[in-house]
Design a protein around this ligand. Sequence first.
Ligand SMILES: Cc1cc2nc3c(=O)[nH]c(=O)nc-3n(C[C@H](O)[C@H](O)[C@H](O)COP(=O)(O)OP(=O)(O)OC[C@H]3O[C@@H](n4cnc5c(N)ncnc54)[C@H](O)[C@@H]3O)c2cc1C
Length: 416
Amino acid sequence: MHTGLVDADVVVIGAGALGLSTALHCALAGRSVAVVERHTAGSQASGRAAGLFKSVQADELRTRLARRSIEKAIGFAGWAGVPLEVARPGSYLIARTAQHRDYLRRELAQSVGWGADVREASPAQLAGGLSYYRAAGGEFALWCPEDIYIEEPASLVRAYLDACRLHGAAVLENEPAVGISLTNGRIAGVETAGRSVAARAVVDAAGGWVRQVAGLAGARVPVAPVRHQLLITAPAPEVDPADPIARVVDAAVYLRPARGGLMLGGFEAGPLPLDPGQQADSFSTDDVPLDLGVLRAMAGQVGAEVPVAGGPPVAEHRGGLFTMSPDGRFVAGPVPGVPGLWVASGCNGSGFSSSPALGEALATWITAGTAPPGMTALSPARFGPLPDDELVARGLWQYAHYYDPAEALSSGAPPG
Ligand SMILES: Cc1cc2nc3c(=O)[nH]c(=O)nc-3n(C[C@H](O)[C@H](O)[C@H](O)COP(=O)(O)OP(=O)(O)OC[C@H]3O[C@@H](n4cnc5c(N)ncnc54)[C@H](O)[C@@H]3O)c2cc1C
Protein backbone atom coordinates (compact mmCIF):
# COMPACT_ATOMS: atom_id res chain seq x y z
CA MET A 1 0.00 0.00 0.00
CA HIS A 2 1.40 3.37 -1.01
CA THR A 3 0.20 6.40 0.82
CA GLY A 4 2.56 9.09 -0.44
CA LEU A 5 1.43 11.83 -2.74
CA VAL A 6 3.46 11.75 -5.93
CA ASP A 7 3.21 14.72 -8.25
CA ALA A 8 3.73 14.46 -11.96
CA ASP A 9 3.24 16.72 -14.96
CA VAL A 10 1.50 13.88 -16.77
CA VAL A 11 -0.22 10.75 -15.48
CA VAL A 12 -0.97 8.04 -18.03
CA ILE A 13 -3.64 5.46 -17.16
CA GLY A 14 -2.80 2.13 -18.78
CA ALA A 15 0.58 0.59 -19.57
CA GLY A 16 -0.18 -0.88 -22.98
CA ALA A 17 1.67 0.16 -26.12
CA LEU A 18 -0.25 3.44 -26.49
CA GLY A 19 0.12 4.52 -22.86
CA LEU A 20 3.78 3.55 -22.59
CA SER A 21 4.72 5.28 -25.83
CA THR A 22 2.90 8.46 -24.81
CA ALA A 23 4.58 8.34 -21.39
CA LEU A 24 8.00 7.74 -22.89
CA HIS A 25 7.68 10.62 -25.34
CA CYS A 26 6.44 12.96 -22.59
CA ALA A 27 9.48 11.96 -20.49
CA LEU A 28 11.77 12.54 -23.47
CA ALA A 29 10.25 16.02 -23.72
CA GLY A 30 11.41 16.66 -20.16
CA ARG A 31 8.13 16.15 -18.29
CA SER A 32 7.76 14.20 -15.06
CA VAL A 33 5.55 11.23 -15.86
CA ALA A 34 3.81 8.46 -13.94
CA VAL A 35 1.96 5.54 -15.52
CA VAL A 36 -0.60 3.64 -13.45
CA GLU A 37 -1.52 0.15 -14.61
CA ARG A 38 -4.30 -2.06 -13.31
CA HIS A 39 -2.42 -5.32 -13.97
CA THR A 40 1.10 -5.57 -15.41
CA ALA A 41 2.45 -3.65 -18.37
CA GLY A 42 1.45 -5.16 -21.72
CA SER A 43 -0.70 -7.83 -20.10
CA GLN A 44 -3.87 -6.95 -22.07
CA ALA A 45 -4.22 -6.23 -25.82
CA SER A 46 -0.63 -5.15 -26.43
CA GLY A 47 0.92 -8.37 -25.20
CA ARG A 48 -1.27 -10.41 -27.54
CA ALA A 49 -0.82 -8.49 -30.78
CA ALA A 50 0.41 -10.13 -33.95
CA GLY A 51 3.17 -7.54 -34.02
CA LEU A 52 2.52 -6.50 -37.63
CA PHE A 53 3.32 -3.02 -38.95
CA LYS A 54 1.64 -2.04 -42.26
CA SER A 55 2.64 0.88 -44.45
CA VAL A 56 -0.46 0.75 -46.68
CA GLN A 57 -3.28 2.61 -44.91
CA ALA A 58 -6.64 4.06 -45.89
CA ASP A 59 -5.75 7.73 -45.49
CA GLU A 60 -2.77 10.05 -45.56
CA LEU A 61 -2.54 10.70 -41.80
CA ARG A 62 -2.61 7.02 -40.94
CA THR A 63 -0.03 6.33 -43.64
CA ARG A 64 2.20 9.00 -42.12
CA LEU A 65 1.75 7.62 -38.59
CA ALA A 66 2.29 4.03 -39.77
CA ARG A 67 5.47 4.84 -41.70
CA ARG A 68 6.83 7.04 -38.92
CA SER A 69 6.17 4.16 -36.52
CA ILE A 70 8.08 1.73 -38.72
CA GLU A 71 10.98 4.17 -38.82
CA LYS A 72 10.88 4.59 -35.03
CA ALA A 73 10.64 0.83 -34.37
CA ILE A 74 13.66 0.15 -36.59
CA GLY A 75 15.63 2.99 -35.01
CA PHE A 76 14.34 2.39 -31.46
CA ALA A 77 17.76 2.15 -29.82
CA GLY A 78 18.79 5.44 -31.38
CA TRP A 79 16.02 7.60 -29.92
CA ALA A 80 14.90 5.54 -26.90
CA GLY A 81 18.29 4.24 -25.78
CA VAL A 82 17.09 0.63 -25.52
CA PRO A 83 17.49 -2.16 -28.09
CA LEU A 84 14.50 -3.58 -29.97
CA GLU A 85 14.65 -6.50 -32.37
CA VAL A 86 12.58 -6.05 -35.51
CA ALA A 87 11.98 -8.47 -38.42
CA ARG A 88 12.10 -6.60 -41.73
CA PRO A 89 10.90 -9.10 -44.37
CA GLY A 90 8.38 -6.82 -46.16
CA SER A 91 4.86 -7.94 -46.98
CA TYR A 92 2.58 -8.97 -49.81
CA LEU A 93 -0.98 -7.73 -50.14
CA ILE A 94 -2.80 -10.33 -52.21
CA ALA A 95 -6.16 -10.15 -54.01
CA ARG A 96 -7.81 -13.18 -55.57
CA THR A 97 -10.97 -11.54 -56.87
CA ALA A 98 -11.46 -8.90 -59.56
CA GLN A 99 -13.13 -6.58 -57.04
CA HIS A 100 -10.22 -6.77 -54.62
CA ARG A 101 -7.71 -6.44 -57.46
CA ASP A 102 -9.29 -3.07 -58.31
CA TYR A 103 -9.21 -2.16 -54.65
CA LEU A 104 -5.48 -2.96 -54.35
CA ARG A 105 -4.76 -0.95 -57.50
CA ARG A 106 -6.41 2.05 -55.84
CA GLU A 107 -4.45 1.43 -52.64
CA LEU A 108 -1.24 1.26 -54.68
CA ALA A 109 -1.87 4.64 -56.33
CA GLN A 110 -2.94 6.28 -53.05
CA SER A 111 -0.09 4.90 -50.95
CA VAL A 112 2.55 5.86 -53.49
CA GLY A 113 1.04 9.35 -53.55
CA TRP A 114 1.37 9.47 -49.76
CA GLY A 115 5.05 8.51 -49.94
CA ALA A 116 4.98 4.76 -49.19
CA ASP A 117 7.22 2.37 -51.08
CA VAL A 118 4.65 -0.02 -52.56
CA ARG A 119 4.99 -1.83 -55.89
CA GLU A 120 3.00 -4.24 -58.00
CA ALA A 121 4.48 -7.74 -57.58
CA SER A 122 4.79 -9.97 -60.63
CA PRO A 123 3.25 -13.45 -60.44
CA ALA A 124 6.80 -14.86 -60.50
CA GLN A 125 7.83 -12.67 -57.57
CA LEU A 126 4.84 -13.80 -55.52
CA ALA A 127 5.35 -17.46 -56.47
CA GLY A 128 9.02 -17.33 -55.49
CA GLY A 129 8.80 -14.94 -52.56
CA LEU A 130 6.59 -16.75 -50.05
CA SER A 131 7.42 -20.34 -49.21
CA TYR A 132 4.17 -20.93 -47.28
CA TYR A 133 1.95 -19.58 -50.10
CA ARG A 134 1.22 -21.62 -53.26
CA ALA A 135 0.25 -19.00 -55.79
CA ALA A 136 -2.60 -20.09 -58.03
CA GLY A 137 -1.42 -17.72 -60.76
CA GLY A 138 -4.48 -15.49 -60.96
CA GLU A 139 -3.62 -13.31 -57.99
CA PHE A 140 -2.89 -9.61 -58.07
CA ALA A 141 -0.31 -8.70 -55.43
CA LEU A 142 1.42 -5.65 -54.04
CA TRP A 143 4.91 -5.81 -52.58
CA CYS A 144 5.41 -3.57 -49.53
CA PRO A 145 9.13 -3.65 -48.71
CA GLU A 146 8.79 -1.25 -45.76
CA ASP A 147 6.59 -3.59 -43.71
CA ILE A 148 8.03 -5.16 -40.57
CA TYR A 149 6.95 -7.22 -37.60
CA ILE A 150 8.01 -7.76 -34.02
CA GLU A 151 8.17 -11.49 -33.33
CA GLU A 152 6.98 -11.34 -29.72
CA PRO A 153 4.79 -8.33 -28.82
CA ALA A 154 6.11 -8.44 -25.25
CA SER A 155 9.49 -7.31 -26.55
CA LEU A 156 8.10 -3.90 -27.64
CA VAL A 157 6.36 -3.54 -24.28
CA ARG A 158 9.62 -4.42 -22.50
CA ALA A 159 11.55 -1.93 -24.63
CA TYR A 160 9.03 0.83 -23.82
CA LEU A 161 9.21 -0.07 -20.12
CA ASP A 162 13.00 -0.06 -20.04
CA ALA A 163 13.10 3.22 -21.95
CA CYS A 164 10.49 4.77 -19.64
CA ARG A 165 12.60 3.89 -16.63
CA LEU A 166 15.79 5.05 -18.37
CA HIS A 167 14.22 8.45 -18.99
CA GLY A 168 12.67 8.79 -15.55
CA ALA A 169 9.01 7.88 -16.13
CA ALA A 170 7.61 5.87 -13.19
CA VAL A 171 5.50 2.84 -14.16
CA LEU A 172 3.32 1.70 -11.26
CA GLU A 173 1.94 -1.78 -11.90
CA ASN A 174 -0.97 -3.44 -10.09
CA GLU A 175 -2.34 0.04 -9.31
CA PRO A 176 -5.70 0.62 -11.00
CA ALA A 177 -6.92 4.17 -11.34
CA VAL A 178 -10.10 4.33 -9.29
CA GLY A 179 -10.73 8.05 -9.52
CA ILE A 180 -9.83 11.14 -11.51
CA SER A 181 -9.94 14.34 -9.48
CA LEU A 182 -11.08 17.66 -10.88
CA THR A 183 -10.67 21.18 -9.55
CA ASN A 184 -13.08 23.74 -11.01
CA GLY A 185 -13.81 21.31 -13.83
CA ARG A 186 -10.14 20.89 -14.69
CA ILE A 187 -8.02 17.77 -14.26
CA ALA A 188 -6.16 17.78 -10.94
CA GLY A 189 -4.88 14.21 -10.62
CA VAL A 190 -5.52 10.49 -10.39
CA GLU A 191 -6.47 8.32 -7.44
CA THR A 192 -5.40 4.72 -7.11
CA ALA A 193 -6.32 2.51 -4.17
CA GLY A 194 -3.07 3.42 -2.48
CA ARG A 195 -2.13 6.94 -3.54
CA SER A 196 -3.11 10.25 -5.06
CA VAL A 197 -1.04 11.57 -7.91
CA ALA A 198 -1.50 15.26 -8.65
CA ALA A 199 -1.18 16.15 -12.32
CA ARG A 200 -2.46 18.79 -14.73
CA ALA A 201 -2.58 16.32 -17.62
CA VAL A 202 -4.05 12.82 -17.50
CA VAL A 203 -3.98 10.49 -20.49
CA ASP A 204 -6.66 7.80 -20.70
CA ALA A 205 -4.89 4.93 -22.47
CA ALA A 206 -6.87 2.15 -20.83
CA GLY A 207 -7.48 0.08 -24.00
CA GLY A 208 -10.72 -1.91 -23.75
CA TRP A 209 -11.49 -0.03 -20.51
CA VAL A 210 -11.02 3.45 -21.98
CA ARG A 211 -14.72 4.31 -21.62
CA GLN A 212 -14.81 3.28 -17.96
CA VAL A 213 -11.72 5.38 -17.21
CA ALA A 214 -13.10 8.42 -19.08
CA GLY A 215 -16.26 7.95 -17.04
CA LEU A 216 -14.23 8.57 -13.86
CA ALA A 217 -13.94 12.17 -15.07
CA GLY A 218 -17.52 12.32 -16.32
CA ALA A 219 -16.34 12.13 -19.96
CA ARG A 220 -17.32 9.91 -22.87
CA VAL A 221 -14.99 8.33 -25.43
CA PRO A 222 -16.60 6.98 -28.62
CA VAL A 223 -15.12 3.50 -29.07
CA ALA A 224 -16.57 -0.01 -29.13
CA PRO A 225 -14.42 -2.92 -27.91
CA VAL A 226 -14.52 -5.90 -30.30
CA ARG A 227 -12.87 -9.33 -30.01
CA HIS A 228 -9.92 -10.23 -32.22
CA GLN A 229 -8.01 -13.54 -32.30
CA LEU A 230 -5.08 -15.27 -33.95
CA LEU A 231 -3.35 -18.65 -33.91
CA ILE A 232 0.21 -19.89 -34.29
CA THR A 233 0.77 -23.38 -35.67
CA ALA A 234 3.37 -25.80 -34.37
CA PRO A 235 6.70 -25.52 -36.24
CA ALA A 236 6.34 -26.54 -39.90
CA PRO A 237 9.04 -27.05 -42.58
CA GLU A 238 6.84 -25.30 -45.17
CA VAL A 239 7.42 -21.99 -43.41
CA ASP A 240 10.74 -20.24 -43.91
CA PRO A 241 11.31 -18.02 -40.85
CA ALA A 242 12.63 -15.34 -43.21
CA ASP A 243 9.38 -15.29 -45.23
CA PRO A 244 7.51 -12.01 -45.67
CA ILE A 245 4.15 -11.21 -44.12
CA ALA A 246 1.12 -11.92 -46.35
CA ARG A 247 -2.35 -10.41 -46.23
CA VAL A 248 -5.02 -12.07 -48.38
CA VAL A 249 -7.41 -9.15 -48.55
CA ASP A 250 -10.46 -10.89 -50.02
CA ALA A 251 -10.36 -13.42 -47.14
CA ALA A 252 -9.42 -10.68 -44.58
CA VAL A 253 -6.61 -12.96 -43.38
CA TYR A 254 -3.04 -12.14 -42.36
CA LEU A 255 -0.14 -14.58 -42.15
CA ARG A 256 3.48 -14.48 -41.03
CA PRO A 257 6.20 -16.82 -39.79
CA ALA A 258 6.11 -17.28 -36.01
CA ARG A 259 8.19 -19.50 -33.72
CA GLY A 260 9.04 -21.86 -36.61
CA GLY A 261 5.36 -22.19 -37.57
CA LEU A 262 2.77 -19.91 -39.18
CA MET A 263 0.69 -17.19 -37.56
CA LEU A 264 -2.84 -16.70 -38.92
CA GLY A 265 -5.31 -14.09 -37.86
CA GLY A 266 -8.18 -12.30 -39.50
CA PHE A 267 -11.38 -10.36 -39.44
CA GLU A 268 -14.66 -12.25 -39.40
CA ALA A 269 -17.73 -10.77 -41.08
CA GLY A 270 -19.78 -11.18 -37.90
CA PRO A 271 -17.47 -9.90 -35.14
CA LEU A 272 -18.12 -10.15 -31.41
CA PRO A 273 -18.59 -6.86 -29.52
CA LEU A 274 -17.55 -7.12 -25.87
CA ASP A 275 -17.84 -4.16 -23.53
CA PRO A 276 -15.87 -4.67 -20.29
CA GLY A 277 -18.24 -2.12 -18.75
CA GLN A 278 -20.96 -4.76 -18.90
CA GLN A 279 -18.77 -7.46 -17.36
CA ALA A 280 -17.68 -8.16 -13.79
CA ASP A 281 -15.13 -5.70 -12.36
CA SER A 282 -12.50 -8.43 -12.44
CA PHE A 283 -12.97 -8.95 -16.22
CA SER A 284 -9.62 -9.04 -18.06
CA THR A 285 -8.38 -10.09 -21.47
CA ASP A 286 -8.01 -13.63 -20.10
CA ASP A 287 -11.81 -13.74 -19.93
CA VAL A 288 -12.40 -12.84 -23.60
CA PRO A 289 -14.11 -15.96 -25.00
CA LEU A 290 -12.01 -17.45 -27.80
CA ASP A 291 -13.43 -19.41 -30.74
CA LEU A 292 -10.97 -21.46 -32.74
CA GLY A 293 -13.75 -22.25 -35.23
CA VAL A 294 -13.55 -18.68 -36.54
CA LEU A 295 -9.85 -19.07 -37.32
CA ARG A 296 -10.29 -22.56 -38.77
CA ALA A 297 -12.89 -21.15 -41.17
CA MET A 298 -10.38 -18.45 -42.21
CA ALA A 299 -7.67 -21.06 -42.68
CA GLY A 300 -10.14 -22.90 -44.91
CA GLN A 301 -10.68 -19.80 -47.04
CA VAL A 302 -6.98 -19.76 -47.92
CA GLY A 303 -6.59 -23.56 -47.71
CA ALA A 304 -5.71 -24.02 -51.40
CA GLU A 305 -2.91 -21.46 -51.32
CA VAL A 306 -1.75 -21.89 -47.70
CA PRO A 307 -2.28 -25.55 -46.82
CA VAL A 308 0.02 -25.21 -43.80
CA ALA A 309 -2.52 -22.85 -42.21
CA GLY A 310 -4.81 -25.78 -41.52
CA GLY A 311 -2.18 -28.51 -41.24
CA PRO A 312 -0.02 -28.69 -38.12
CA PRO A 313 -1.53 -28.58 -34.65
CA VAL A 314 -2.28 -25.19 -33.14
CA ALA A 315 0.51 -24.29 -30.72
CA GLU A 316 -1.06 -21.05 -29.49
CA HIS A 317 -4.49 -19.45 -29.79
CA ARG A 318 -4.82 -15.99 -28.31
CA GLY A 319 -7.09 -12.99 -28.48
CA GLY A 320 -8.14 -9.74 -26.93
CA LEU A 321 -10.02 -6.53 -27.61
CA PHE A 322 -9.70 -3.93 -30.34
CA THR A 323 -11.15 -0.49 -29.58
CA MET A 324 -13.11 0.24 -32.77
CA SER A 325 -14.22 3.76 -33.63
CA PRO A 326 -17.18 4.70 -35.86
CA ASP A 327 -14.91 5.79 -38.74
CA GLY A 328 -12.05 3.32 -38.28
CA ARG A 329 -9.62 6.06 -37.24
CA PHE A 330 -7.77 6.63 -33.98
CA VAL A 331 -9.46 8.55 -31.18
CA ALA A 332 -6.67 10.67 -29.77
CA GLY A 333 -6.29 14.15 -28.35
CA PRO A 334 -7.86 16.36 -25.71
CA VAL A 335 -11.25 15.21 -24.40
CA PRO A 336 -13.78 18.03 -24.92
CA GLY A 337 -15.31 19.51 -21.81
CA VAL A 338 -12.63 18.23 -19.41
CA PRO A 339 -9.51 20.41 -19.73
CA GLY A 340 -6.38 18.40 -18.98
CA LEU A 341 -7.90 15.03 -19.95
CA TRP A 342 -6.43 13.33 -23.03
CA VAL A 343 -7.24 10.06 -24.73
CA ALA A 344 -5.12 7.60 -26.72
CA SER A 345 -7.49 5.01 -28.13
CA GLY A 346 -9.58 3.91 -31.10
CA CYS A 347 -6.82 1.53 -32.08
CA ASN A 348 -8.97 -0.16 -34.74
CA GLY A 349 -6.48 -3.00 -34.76
CA SER A 350 -3.39 -0.85 -35.35
CA GLY A 351 -2.59 0.47 -31.89
CA PHE A 352 0.47 -1.70 -31.38
CA SER A 353 2.08 -0.76 -34.68
CA SER A 354 1.10 2.90 -34.61
CA SER A 355 2.08 3.40 -30.99
CA PRO A 356 5.57 4.83 -31.63
CA ALA A 357 4.29 7.69 -33.79
CA LEU A 358 0.92 8.18 -32.11
CA GLY A 359 2.61 8.43 -28.69
CA GLU A 360 5.13 10.86 -30.13
CA ALA A 361 2.42 13.06 -31.68
CA LEU A 362 0.27 13.05 -28.54
CA ALA A 363 3.24 13.87 -26.32
CA THR A 364 4.13 16.79 -28.59
CA TRP A 365 0.53 18.02 -28.39
CA ILE A 366 0.42 17.66 -24.58
CA THR A 367 3.80 19.25 -23.92
CA ALA A 368 3.89 21.93 -26.63
CA GLY A 369 0.19 22.76 -26.46
CA THR A 370 -0.41 22.74 -30.21
CA ALA A 371 -1.60 19.85 -32.31
CA PRO A 372 0.93 18.32 -34.73
CA PRO A 373 -0.24 18.53 -38.37
CA GLY A 374 -3.42 16.56 -39.07
CA MET A 375 -3.90 15.35 -35.49
CA THR A 376 -7.05 17.36 -34.76
CA ALA A 377 -8.80 15.03 -37.22
CA LEU A 378 -8.55 12.34 -34.53
CA SER A 379 -10.45 14.35 -31.93
CA PRO A 380 -12.85 12.32 -29.76
CA ALA A 381 -15.37 15.13 -30.37
CA ARG A 382 -15.69 14.47 -34.08
CA PHE A 383 -18.72 12.18 -33.90
CA GLY A 384 -20.93 14.36 -31.75
CA PRO A 385 -23.38 12.59 -29.47
CA LEU A 386 -23.76 8.99 -30.65
CA PRO A 387 -26.06 6.44 -29.00
CA ASP A 388 -24.24 3.30 -27.85
CA ASP A 389 -26.05 0.95 -30.24
CA GLU A 390 -25.00 3.09 -33.21
CA LEU A 391 -21.45 3.30 -31.87
CA VAL A 392 -21.24 -0.48 -31.65
CA ALA A 393 -22.88 -1.04 -35.06
CA ARG A 394 -20.42 1.31 -36.75
CA GLY A 395 -17.45 -0.17 -34.87
CA LEU A 396 -18.45 -3.67 -35.95
CA TRP A 397 -18.79 -2.50 -39.53
CA GLN A 398 -15.28 -1.04 -39.45
CA TYR A 399 -13.93 -4.28 -38.03
CA ALA A 400 -15.60 -6.46 -40.67
CA HIS A 401 -14.20 -4.21 -43.44
CA TYR A 402 -10.67 -3.95 -42.05
CA TYR A 403 -8.88 -4.59 -45.34
CA ASP A 404 -11.39 -3.08 -47.72
CA PRO A 405 -13.22 -0.11 -46.21
CA ALA A 406 -12.94 1.92 -49.39
CA GLU A 407 -14.20 -0.97 -51.50
CA ALA A 408 -17.05 -1.62 -49.12
CA LEU A 409 -17.93 2.06 -49.06
CA SER A 410 -18.41 2.01 -52.80
CA SER A 411 -20.70 -1.01 -52.68
CA GLY A 412 -22.61 -0.41 -49.46
CA ALA A 413 -22.53 2.37 -46.93
CA PRO A 414 -21.57 1.77 -43.31
CA PRO A 415 -24.39 2.02 -40.81
CA GLY A 416 -25.15 5.35 -39.26
C1 LIG B 1 -4.94 -10.94 -31.17
C2 LIG B 1 -4.58 -9.52 -31.48
C3 LIG B 1 -3.72 -9.23 -32.53
C4 LIG B 1 -3.37 -7.91 -32.81
N1 LIG B 1 -2.46 -7.65 -33.79
C5 LIG B 1 -2.04 -6.39 -34.01
C6 LIG B 1 -1.02 -6.11 -34.96
O1 LIG B 1 -0.47 -7.00 -35.59
N2 LIG B 1 -0.65 -4.82 -35.14
C7 LIG B 1 -1.22 -3.81 -34.44
O2 LIG B 1 -0.87 -2.67 -34.65
N3 LIG B 1 -2.18 -4.05 -33.52
C8 LIG B 1 -2.60 -5.31 -33.30
N4 LIG B 1 -3.57 -5.56 -32.38
C9 LIG B 1 -4.18 -4.41 -31.71
C10 LIG B 1 -3.28 -3.95 -30.60
O3 LIG B 1 -3.02 -5.01 -29.72
C11 LIG B 1 -3.93 -2.80 -29.89
O4 LIG B 1 -4.27 -1.79 -30.82
C12 LIG B 1 -2.99 -2.17 -28.87
O5 LIG B 1 -2.40 -3.16 -28.08
C13 LIG B 1 -3.76 -1.20 -28.04
O6 LIG B 1 -2.91 -0.72 -27.03
P1 LIG B 1 -3.50 -0.01 -25.78
O7 LIG B 1 -2.32 0.51 -25.03
O8 LIG B 1 -4.57 0.93 -26.18
O9 LIG B 1 -4.29 -1.17 -24.98
P2 LIG B 1 -3.80 -2.28 -23.94
O10 LIG B 1 -2.58 -2.97 -24.34
O11 LIG B 1 -5.00 -3.14 -23.65
O12 LIG B 1 -3.43 -1.43 -22.66
C14 LIG B 1 -4.40 -0.78 -21.88
C15 LIG B 1 -4.00 -0.97 -20.44
O13 LIG B 1 -4.85 -0.19 -19.60
C16 LIG B 1 -4.96 -0.89 -18.37
N5 LIG B 1 -6.10 -0.40 -17.61
C17 LIG B 1 -7.42 -0.57 -17.86
N6 LIG B 1 -8.16 0.04 -16.91
C18 LIG B 1 -7.28 0.63 -16.05
C19 LIG B 1 -7.40 1.39 -14.86
N7 LIG B 1 -8.61 1.68 -14.33
N8 LIG B 1 -6.28 1.81 -14.23
C20 LIG B 1 -5.05 1.53 -14.72
N9 LIG B 1 -4.86 0.79 -15.85
C21 LIG B 1 -5.98 0.36 -16.51
C22 LIG B 1 -5.13 -2.33 -18.81
O14 LIG B 1 -4.83 -3.23 -17.75
C23 LIG B 1 -4.12 -2.40 -19.97
O15 LIG B 1 -2.87 -2.91 -19.57
C24 LIG B 1 -3.93 -6.86 -32.06
C25 LIG B 1 -4.81 -7.14 -31.02
C26 LIG B 1 -5.14 -8.45 -30.72
C27 LIG B 1 -6.08 -8.72 -29.60
